[in-house]
Write a protein that binds this ligand. Structure first.
Ligand code: GDP
Length: 379
């Protein structure tokens, strides 16, 4: 349980733009406050320190102790009595970034290489850098030591995210595993495509699958790389591939590469695959093509009834790219269910090439023009 809570905290920190750290005035400063403060300080995220359960805001003595945490001036609040909340929110909003996303995007394809320590990330990076011309630069708007490398591949710019982090991973001790996970999640979030490396001699672990899931849920494309393939005897390779296909059967659309980063076997496929996956993320299919695929899918396999009602799809189109997002106009969005969504995604995949990318389906209620006009005139 502790591990799970910790994971939630780590993900929470990574995904936040700013953090409110709440401590308890009644208990005073305790050891775990200092532990959390240390984690927050190294997260490089803006933090506001709120001292809760201060019943009289004008008693500065109650918060002074918390200055020792080293994360700024404590703000006294009482969540129960609704005191000090305006001050708190003012401090928080002042810290929020004014722009979202990365305005100084310098590379075409943003790629993160991730995986457990010793799977061969640094070796792969060096192999990729050895064969291609690369420039190193500091990534704008990220932690000070996040270094991205831009590779010129077939006149396309491919940016390898957070290569400093990759190097540090190899000297990891369990004590700082925590920070390495934060870094992994940050790299995933900054990229479009994540290349998840696994060590062929260790098979794929539950943690690898968790990370794979996280990548997909974050809307990023995934390529699985089985490294150290040179250590698997020829006679066992076919069986290994079958095992891999089974293990990730729930993500059958994810490409799997079998390489040896050290011996440079099949490593040329790494960037080629990344680029192909990225291209798939960028394509906007025409409205009519998408509509046709979805309607054919519906006709050849209509959805099951939910109670007495059944989902009807009136119109479909691709709304966005990167990741591909589709809008389906239906009679009632609540009548769509997971298995049917999975089926529709499968049909979209077999019609178009979205290798490695998760697909988003958004169901909205269909309103025909007549109804819409009627509504507008009433409004
Ligand atoms: P990282 O911690 O993921 O960056 O892993 P490293 O790149 O430092 O590699 C860990 C160890 O695995 C090193 O001793 C590498 O030489 C070795 N290694 C990496 N790739 C391969 C490979 O393809 N085959 C073999 N046999 N060893 C490899």
């Amino acid at each position: 349980l502790e591990g799970k809570v910790q994971l939630q905290v780590e993900l929470g920190i990574t995904q936040a733009d700013a953090i409110i750290f709440v401590v308890d005035a009644k208990t005073g400063l305790i050891a775990s406050d200092e532990e959390v403060a240390e984690v927050l300080r190294s997260s490089n995220k803006p933090v506001v320190l709120a001292v809760n359960k201060v019943d009289s805001i004008n008693q500065p003595g109650q918060t002074a102790d918390f200055l020792r945490l080293g994360i700024g001036i404590p703000i006294a609040i009482s969540a129960y009595h609704n005191l000090g909340i305006d001050d708190l929110m003012e401090s928080v909003t002042a810290l929020l970034p004014t722009t979202t996303g990365n305005p100084t995007q310098q590379a075409d394809v943003k790629l993160s290489i991730i995986g457990r320590p010793n799977v061969g990330k640094s070796t792969l990076l060096n192999t990729l850098l050895g064969t291609e011309r690369a420039i190193v630069h500091d990534a704008p708007g990220t932690t000070r030591d996040a270094i991205d490398v831009i590779i010129n591949w077939n006149n396309k710019k491919i940016s390898l995210i957070d290569t400093a982090g990759i190097k540090r991973h190899s000297k990891i001790s369990s004590g700082i595993e925590f920070y390495s996970l934060i870094r992994t999640v940050q790299s995933i979030n900054r990229g479009d495509i994540a290349m998840l490396l696994i060590d062929a001699t260790e098979f794929i672990t539950v943690n690898d699958l968790h990370i794979a899931n996280y990548i997909t849920e974050a809307g990023k494309s995934l390529v699985l790389i089985v490294n150290k393939w040179d250590l698997i005897p020829k006679a066992q390779q076919q069986q290994f591939k079958l095992y891999m296909d089974q293990r990730i059967s729930f993500m059958a659309y994810v490409p799997i590469l079998y390489i040896s980063a050290k011996l440079k076997i099949k490593t040329s496929r790494v960037l080629a695959t990344a680029y192909k996956v990225w291209e798939g993320r960028q394509i906007l299919q025409s409205d009519s093509d998408v509509d046709m695929v979805i309607k054919q899918a519906f006709e050849s396999h209509p959805p099951q009834r939910v109670g007495t009602k059944q989902l009807h799809i009136f119109k479909a189109h691709q709304d966005k790219t990167n990741p591909p997002t589709f809008v389906l106009e239906v009679n009632n969005p609540e009548l769509s269910y997971t298995a049917y969504q999975r089926y529709l995604k499968k049909q979209l995949r077999s019609a178009f090439s979205f290798t490695g990318s998760p697909l988003n389906l958004i169901f909205i209620r269909f309103r025909n023009k007549k109804m819409r006009k009627l509504k507008e005139s009433k409004a």
